[in-house]
Design a protein around this ligand. Structure first.
Ligand code: CMP
Length: 139
């Protein structure tokens, strides 16, 4: 068994439309354990630090403004194969390409306002979990 941890965010667009409960239900329905959860607002600077790998992308400033535009829910998730399975449950980054049954198909409205975030690999999961959670906060 390859029990993994991954990091997820319910983004400001999904929080604003009251989709938090539905997304948490989908997370539990897919067999994830929620081992850390916090609702918070982040500053533009904190968003820039989190998305530093995208600093050269044309959408970087807009993305960081958006991520600091309202409350988000930071989540630490655990299950077998958590990183790939969470990406599958989220669906494609652009909701226009997201499959039926995915969170982005149901709740995202654009490539930027795409409802949820997820780590894309083991090293980014480690960085992203530690950006938002101290080890003692995970259950
Ligand atoms: P996320 O999984 O949080 O990782 C980086 C984010 O950048 C991504 O989801 C999208 O919200 C955003 N993003 C990626 N590509 C684009 C794009 N072409 N235009 C605007 N935003 C984008």
């Amino acid at each position: 068994m390859n029990i993994q941890r991954t990091f997820a965010i319910i983004k400001p667009d999904a929080v604003k439309k009251n989709a938090v409960g539905d997304i948490l239900t989908m997370i539990h329905g897919a067999g994830f354990r929620i081992i850390g959860m916090r609702m918070l607002e982040i500053s533009v600077e904190q968003a820039e630090g989190f998305y530093a790998v995208h600093a050269e992308r044309p959408f970087f400033n807009s993305l960081c403004e958006f991520m600091s535009s309202g409350p988000i829910v930071a989540l630490a998730l655990e299950k077998e194969n958590a990183i790939a399975d969470w990406r599958k449950l989220m669906g494609a980054t652009n909701p226009a390409n997201a499959e039926a049954g995915t969170i982005r198909k149901k709740h995202a409205s654009s490539i930027e306002h795409n409802a949820v975030h997820g780590s894309d690999a083991e090293d980014t999961a480690k960085f992203e979990l530690s950006y938002f959670f101290a080890g003692y906060e995970l259950f």
